[in-house]
Design a binder for this molecule. Sequence first.
Ligand code: AHR
Length: 608
Amino acid sequence: VEVDASWRNARKIPETLFGVFFEEINHAGAGGLWAELVSNRGFEAGGPHTPSNIDPWGIIGAKSCINVMTEQASYFKRNNVALRMEVLCDRPAVGIFNPGFWGMNIEEGKMYKLVMYIRSKDSVQLTAKLTCSETSGQLQSLASASTQDIVMSNWTKVELQLLAHGTCRTSRLELKTSKKGVIWLDQVSLMPSDTYKGHGFRKELMHMILELKPRFLRFPGGCFVEGNRLRNAFKWKETVGPWEERPGHYGDVWNYWTDDGLGYYELLQANFEDLGADPVWVVNAGISHTDYTNNTSITPFVKDAIDSLEFAKGSPKSTWGSIRAAMGHPDPFPVKFIAIGNENCRLKQIYQGHYMLFYKAIRGAYPDIQFISNCDGLNGQLDHPADFYDVHIYGNATELFVKKDMFYTASRTGPKAFVSEYAARNGKSATLFASLAEAAFLITLERNSDVVQMASYAPLFVNDNDRNWLPDAIVFNSWQQYGTPSYWVQTFFSESSGSVLHPITIRSSYSGSLASSAITWRDTEKSFLRVKVVNFGPHVVNLTVAVNGLQAGVNTTKSAVSILSSSNAMNENSFSSPNNVVPVTRALPHAGKEMQVLLAPYSLTSFD
Ligand code: AHR
């Protein structure tokens, strides 16, 4: 391996090269990154026509003592459904429960904030409990608090703090009373008090994203943005403002309800304040999987996009900027990237017509915004203006290893490539083997980062209880999480964005199954040269790494080697063995301008 570490032939890698793609898929947000524990908190999931299904809520008590139904009786206009509970006996206590998303994770010593809206005809006292079912069938109480015993003839917001004195991963929230009367309930939320920066995100999941140092976050889909039908597509205006007023919606592509607590605002905040990333905002282009609007009815979609930018970037006095300010963020979120649609160029004519209407309107109002088109700029020039064209690459590991080279022949003029979705998919398993093809792919993206300027793996998350799209980078349940080998591969690239790429050549009889890159990085804390090599073959490879032109100041005394490998390339991680395939780092005391190295079969090795 020969590395030319001089500045002569070096090239800067774009600051934005590696980011993440967050889609509401596999319960990534609802029941995932978003820490809300109640599912269907406003009783809207059964639809606007009442009486409706209250799933996953359940009823506690005999039918002779309690009568529960939904009614259009809410205080909130956009989500009119509320729950009416008629209590017919004084004892035993009856009520309702919510199991959250496959059980709530309640942890000893932690505080949980319960907020609910109540109306009652008579004086009422509700007791809120967090309970855990024991194998005996008994319910153990982990926390409990009661409302005051008063009449709430008008809708009243009630807040209770629940301090857990036990841990249970599959708890539920119970709301019970032992007094006859009629009570209405609406917008019941239970949040742990220790979310990331108090922003509502599950800390451990946020830390896993942070570990990747993403430079951008593309959101909120994917197909989630499109919908199977336009009427079920993501509508950002219904996801901003007070959480109690959000109607929620049924995502008909990935088939689940979201209360939309994790809305447009929260995702902008995640980008700018939590991750230090640039948002890549994907808007619906008036096209879903099965229907689309024609050019004459596209105006509301274009207006939605313009308004979304006013919400993010507009003055706090503007119509939409004032809503952002009222939510606690008078300073704008300086959004730079907008993607018009997702995978919509399959309807080329329609898409291009729509795209141009978005383009003209947005360019006029926000000339600094960069546009991402769904059409393919890789195999020919786009026939509409764009800053980026979006490329989605899925294939089995061997295919991806071959496809990595496609960017060497891409046009060096015109829009840049944004590989907003890539993954090696060999069935449902997230193996080391698949991740190594991804590593080779990412190495090639570094080397082609004059044309590919942004890339993100897809999907980022899967809740183990909704394994809809596999494989994914991060697997979690209500209380655990682990990275798949694909996740760990991405950590090898967390310093790449904004670094400097150096020419590298490999001569080996195994060169057909090797991929390599060299970068240098320099900031106030550290400066290093990193050589990464993927061995996508079954042989041990013996190499001499020779570095020429190394800049003064690059520290070789602290050199280290990190290796991602395993006894079997088909190995994976799991909840029981989360560290089966993870990088192992050790010091490299004999690092120098020339060194002998051995690459393990099926491995990714990085020399710093
Ligand atoms: O990443 C999963 C899905 O794959 C995305 O929603 C879609 O854009 C692609 O087809």
